[in-house]
Design a protein around this ligand. Sequence first.
Ligand SMILES: [Zn+2]
Length: 238
Amino acid sequence: MPSLVMTIAADLYALQEIDSAVEATKASLTAVEEQLGESEELIAGRQAVEEGRDALEDVGKQQRELEWQVDDLRSRLSDVEGKLYGGSVRNPKELGSMQDEANILRGQLRRREDELLDLMVRVEETQAALREAEESLTEVEERWRQDQRELTSEKGKLEGELAGLEEKRGQQSGLIDARVLALYDNLWERRQGRAVVKVERGMCGGCRISLPMTVLQKARSGMDVVQCVSCERILYVS
Ligand SMILES: [Zn+2]
């Protein structure tokens, strides 16, 4: 018959429940803390925007360089054409070489203008890619900030729970004799948090062995610590 007063095993079982809750809360807290701070998604998003800006700066530089070359070729061509059709040069040989020069300049100008057109398309594409990366980063940042707020509040809640549990742990362990507490702590370590087990239908709830009648009777009295003959866990008859 279970005793009406709290037995040693019942006190230890209650302590184990607190310790299990402490362990679970600590694990949740660690998981929350690991998620606090910058996420990989956020870092990747920032990097994509940075790369997009670099690419745009690069094509912008190429565009300015080509525009400068086009202007230069146009002005040189206009000089040559001015002389060619101005009437001041009459020497056929000189006119012939000027004609050649004008043709060369026209060819160069056409090529540069074609290059510039292609580049303008690339500038537009690069601008569009950058805008997309910036929009995506804004979304990622918003989501991240929201997550961080929730995680911070979750962290506070868990820390509060942990403080409450540790206070309860202190009170509960205060009810237990130091020698018994040392045995419990040792078993908790060795049996991965299951130092105290319930006796179910005459069996140890830890290793499922059928317990000898004398052990069962002692465990039922609850007045002393009774351990399983096989796994050494503390037996609790509820
Ligand atoms: Zn056992």
